[in-house]
Design a protein around this ligand. Structure first.
Ligand code: GDP
Ligand code: MG
Length: 350
């Protein structure tokens, strides 16, 4: 027998809980009974595209209405918190701006989340491999809407893509926006459509009990770069979130909001990454290591320790028990492959 839910924004359970059936729902509502509830009103927005396309320039235009002719390359990942108001709702946006070097595209995949919004920035002057990005977004982003931005129309007013073809093939594309970050052209339309689309993202209305926000705040304020699954459970327990279903539903949300990176795969479950650069730096170190180059891309795992060792004072720390997580994550995204039990093959990513 089915469960019927009426549209009621104040008692809008996460879809994952609905899918888990009646007992999960009963649990969810009983956990809410005595607690104050609030809508999430937060969403992750990801800017993707080749280096130099204008991702950082667009962030600056949207957030500060500024433009810099000599914008410097974004190192790794830069996250900007941005608050916008639409229809009396205050929406907290986490803008994820990715650095441009080719080698980094590999690690950016870790962060392509569901329940988000994507802005694909294309540069009018270049022959863009638009579909390369769209395929990536489609495979990892679920049904997150995609805005396709055609930037630098001041330099190339005729820049166009095959809109109909792309929209038919990638139904998540919500629209195309010819803009110029330099001349501030097309930005207003983009901004107002962005706000409209964000309000429509399903999870924004989902209500969380106060305890869920407490866990989120705790994780956001932690200085550790990663925590174990058990540590996460402990934090949940401290806040009275003791049910397994609730804990997994919450961590799924936190992943999609960009608060804690985590994967459901059995061999990745154990670690939740709180600092994105902690994991991307490890992968760069391995991919860029001299040892790897000297061995034609076949690396003996016994070298991982020396590769990940702190060399500078502000290098991240990688305890030995995290080596497996790092290697397994690379395997999951096909950045390396096992050769026997002692070696990995790292294909040339450039
Ligand atoms: P990102 O690597 O994708 O973050 O690209 P940036 O935002 O760093 O921009 C790369 C370069 O293009 C910078 O020198 C910007 O000043 C320039 N740029 C960005 N947007 C525009 C635009 O609309 N018109 C022109 N002419 N230049 C732009
Ligand atoms: Mg940039």
């Amino acid at each position: 027998d089915g469960i019927f839910l009426q549209e009621n924004p104040l008692e809008n359970p996460p879809i994952d809980i609905i899918k888990r059936g009646r007992s999960a729902l009963v649990e969810y509502f009983s956990s809410l009974e005595n607690e104050e509830k609030m809508p999430i009103n937060e969403v992750k927005v990801l800017l993707v595209g080749y280096g130099g396309a204008g991702k950082t320039s667009l962030v600056k235009r949207l957030v500060d209405d500024k433009f810099n002719e000599h914008e410097s390359q974004t190192p790794g990942i830069s996250i900007t918190n941005w608050n916008v108001t639409e229809k009396d709702k205050d929406i907290k946006i986490n803008l994820w701006d990715f650095g441009g070097q080719e080698i980094m595209h590999a690690t950016h995949q870790f962060f392509l989340s569901k329940r988000s919004l994507y802005i694909l920035v294309l540069d009018g002057r270049k022959d863009e491999k638009t579909e390369y990005w769209l395929k990536h977004i489609e495979s990892l982003g679920g049904d997150s809407p995609i805005f396709v931005v055609l930037n630098k129309i001041d330099e190339n007013p005729g820049f166009e893509v095959n809109r109909k073809f792309l929209q038919d093939k990638y139904p998540s594309i919500s629209d195309f926006y010819p803009i110029s970050c330099k001349d501030n052209e097309g930005i207003n339309i983009l901004f107002s459509d962005l706000k409209k689309e964000l309000v429509n993202i399903k999870h924004i209305e989902t209500t969380w009990p106060k305890s869920w926000f407490n866990v989120k705040n705790k994780l956001e304020n932690m200085t550790q770069h990663f925590i174990s699954y058990n540590n996460y459970k402990q934090i949940c327990n401290e806040e009275g979130i003791t049910e397994n279903t609730a804990q997994t539903t919450l961590i799924d949300f936190l992943n999609d909001l960009g608060i804690a990176l985590n994967f459901k795969d059995f061999d990745l479950k154990d670690t939740h990454v709180l600092e994105p650069k902690w994991i991307t730096s490890a992968v760069y170190k391995i991919i860029n290591s001299k040892k790897l180059a000297n061995c034609n891309g076949v690396l003996d795992l016994k070298f991982i320790e020396s590769i990940l060792q702190n060399k500078d004072e502000d290098d991240y720390y990688y305890p030995a028990e995290k080596y497996t997580f790092i290697i397994n994550l690379m395997k999951r995204f096909e950045l390396c492959y096992s050769i026997g039990t002692e070696k990995i093959l790292v294909p040339d990513l450039l």
